[in-house]
Ligand binder design. Structure first.
Ligand code: MG
Length: 160
């Protein structure tokens, strides 16, 4: 029987005054930036969390606590690399990534291809296996008021 697993990841961060947003290593011009202990790349946080969950592992905060100096300003791609390593150790491979980013502004339509390309490169996964969706907060709640950004990520992994 094929061993197929689904992972789910979620993250939310505050937005503060800045010059760009970092989404999957893509710099998006903005008058805000993501407030975080690490480099704040929320897409990669949600993605790593999703992979950890597919493997039945604990959340990223367990492996990379945001209360210690070692993770200050850390490149979030390291979280994903750790998750991929754990996946390979268990003989699984990634077949699909579905991402949803929730941000009031700027509109991400023009940047989605770049985000997808970057993800494809990081994960060594065909772009047609990656979906990058974006929604505003419809002016509702903290995200709609431009105070924060959230990201949801579902991954599918299959045993080799
Ligand atoms: Mg985070």
């Amino acid at each position: 029987m094929t061993d197929i697993r689904t992972g789910f990841g979620y993250d939310i961060h505050r937005l503060v005054e800045g010059e760009y947003l970092l989404l999957c290593r893509v710099r998006i011009p903005s008058d805000k930036m993501i407030d975080a202990h690490s480099d704040g790349d929320i897409v990669l946080h949600a993605l790593a969390q999703s992979l950890f969950s597919a493997l039945g592992l604990d959340d990223i905060g367990t492996y990379f606590p945001d209360t210690v100096n070692e993770t200050a300003g850390m490149a979030s791609v390291l979280l994903v690399e750790k998750a991929l390593k754990e996946m390979e150790k268990r003989n699984y491979h990634l077949t699909n990534v579905a991402l949803a980013i929730q941000l009031q502004s700027p509109k991400l339509a023009d940047y989605k291809p770049k985000i997808k390309e970057s993800l494809s490169h990081i994960l060594a996964l065909d772009e047609e296996r990656i979906a990058v969706h974006a929604n505003t907060g419809e002016h509702l709640g903290p995200i709609g008021e431009g105070k924060g950004i959230a990201c949801y990520c579902v991954t599918t992994i299959v045993k080799d």
